[in-house]
Write a protein that binds this ligand. Sequence first.
Ligand code: ITT
Length: 185
Amino acid sequence: MEELYFITSNKGKFKEAEAKIKHLDIELIQLRLDYPEIQASDLKEIALYGLDFCSERFKSPFFLEDSGLFIDELNSFPGPYSRYVQETIGNDGILKLLLGVINRRAYFKSVVALYDKGPHTFEGISMGKISNEIRGKEGFGFDPIFIPLESSKTFGEISTEEKNKYSHRAKALDAMVKYLENGVE
Ligand code: ITT
């Protein structure tokens, strides 16, 4: 494989994937192709629907990724609605919803769906908590309010390189890279 397309409109996701894949002899290309994101509670189901839709229209090997932030105290909200929530109430809105709340446990989940000769999925989870205030300007989306278990800093306060050591997306991408290298899922 010489070229691999990442179908995403999200520059932050692409930057993380590029760094993960750069040691392979594969050129990663960002492709903005609108695909339907169905309403479902399961990210894998959403990703596989998108994969199926795109594979009928696009013939080179590609992957896409669906991710979300799941907050314990909010019964896993925003989960699959993360993009919409980020674009509407944003990080300030989440902090308001959690004002005075002691249980700040949360996790990020990433499902990478790859299409080469057929569909493959790879998953990663990052456990952590929601900070009390916005911290840092790195990354994107909820990064400035999420503190992973591995650190006392938010994802917004660490570099892409550091985030790529243990984030949800890093784990899912590592599994995909392993598959690309060895053909083992
Ligand atoms: P695509 O074009 O790849 O779908 P998207 O931004 O719409 O890009 P999703 O539908 O998967 O991606 O939405 C997930 C949202 O969750 C995303 O827009 C961010 O707001 C948030 N999110 C996901 N991963 C994140 C991360 O690593 N750090 C911060 N926020 C994240």
